[in-house]
Design a protein around this ligand. Structure first.
Ligand SMILES: [Cu+2]
Length: 379
């Protein structure tokens, strides 16, 4: 996949909001479960779930598990990464599980089995989508063994009328074309795969270019050299992402779940310490507790954050966070981060809270002018 520019590259600005009137209250709001009203077209091959009935913002997006490396005798961070099919509760718990493709390997968990947030914990195997996160160190090369374990037929329609990986060397069909399902058995299986890490500096044969694909059974693409990739970790520190890159089926396999982050940190750069989300070029809601300006001894419990706000059009956009309980007296001001798109937003951002236990609905706690605040303006 070629680099694309995000259209909403954002920076934070700080809003100081008066919250003193809510001090000391335990305040639990009703969840916002209003369903989307837009209609949707359901392809005939899709599971028969009406997307407008899927509750939104019902499940926390999970922090990514960090891969655990073994430091080998050559001084490399060594990983074995499995690519496989799995079923997971991707939709809210009232709905069926979803079949996905995931990346798996040894990761670090906290004592509850959740992703380790601080680099400590215990090693366990996890297969996830998005995949676990590589934590690389600048100057420490990596050796990654990619293992394609995708057996059986592809769950999505592989299009053999394109130039594509074509592991069976199946002649291009001509019209009239078969509908999917079942499609063309010779195209649906075996499933070819290669992993590209977007932006990372590597030799071409370890770049996961489209023709370096390989199947679980050992069929390989015309440019395949090895599925053991070395990475010198020589880039400037940054966030990269890895994803399936197989010839003419990348859209299917990334859509099935094959992508994840690869973070390269520079020990010489103080900004790169673990837990500093700035290196990601995006906000990490898990850092909010640390960054929100809540004074010590004034703990709050958030159930979920809907705090990343991209305002693309003038007018009114109502965004509602999930309820959170205020468990202690709040300070008189509270720092809220708001994302605004490149090019800036104009107008005012208003902030309201609902607090049923105090009889407050859409109670205004502040507003700030966004005029002239652009991405370049910073915080
Ligand atoms: Cu890419």
């Amino acid at each position: 996949m070629r680099p694309t520019q995000l259209s909403t590259t954002s920076r934070r600005i700080g809003l100081t909001m008066g919250l003193v009137l809510l001090g000391g209250a335990a305040c639990n709001n009703a969840p916002d479960d209003a369903a989307a009203s837009e209609s949707a077209v359901t392809p005939s091959t899709a599971p028969q779930i009406d997307p407008t009935t899927i509750p939104r913002f019902a499940t926390n997006f999970q922090r990514f598990f960090p891969f655990v490396a073994t430091r080998n005798g050559a001084g490399q961070n060594e990983y074995t990464v499995q690519i496989n099919t799995f079923r997971t509760q991707q939709l809210p718990s009232s709905l069926p599980q979803t079949t996905l493709f995931g990346y798996g390997g040894n990761v670090l968990t906290d004592p509850s089995g959740n992703p380790s947030a601080d680099g400590t914990g215990q090693v366990a195997f996890r297969l996830t989508s998005p995949g676990p996160q590589f934590e690389q160190t600048k100057g420490v090369p990596a050796l990654i063994h990619y293992r394609n374990q995708l057996t059986g037929s592809h769950p999505l329609a592989v299009d053999p009328t394109l130039d594509w990986a074509n592991p069976n060397n199946f002649p291009k069909p001509s019209p009239p074309f078969l509908p999917f399902p079942p499609g063309y058995a010779q195209a649906q299986s075996p499933i070819a795969h290669t992993t590209h890490t977007h932006g990372i500096e590597v030799l071409p044969q370890f770049d996961g270019t489209p023709d370096t694909w390989f199947t679980a059974g050992g069929i390989t693409g015309p440019e395949f050299v090895s599925n053991d990739y070395t990475q010198p970790s020589s880039n400037q520190s940054a966030a990269f992402w890895y994803h399936d890159h197989v010839f003419s089926a990348t859209r299917l396999d990334v859509g099935m779940g094959l992508s994840g982050f690869s973070i390269l940190r520079d020990p010489a750069n103080a900004l790169d310490r673990l837990g500093n989300s700035d290196i990601l070029g995006m906000e990490d809601v898990y850092q909010w507790k640390l960054r929100s300006g809540v004074a010590p001894n004034n703990s709050t419990t958030r159930s979920q954050g809907s705090f990343s706000v991209s305002i693309t059009n003038p007018g009114t956009t109502e965004l509602r966070s999930d309820p959170f309980a205020v468990t202690a007296t709040l300070p008189s001001s509270f720092l809220i981060d708001v994302f605004i798109p490149t090019g800036g937003a104009v107008g005012n951002a208003f902030m309201f809270v609902d607090c049923p236990s105090k009889g407050l609905t859409r109670f205004s706690i502040g507003n700030v002018s966004l005029a002239g605040r652009t991405a370049a303006g910073g915080r």
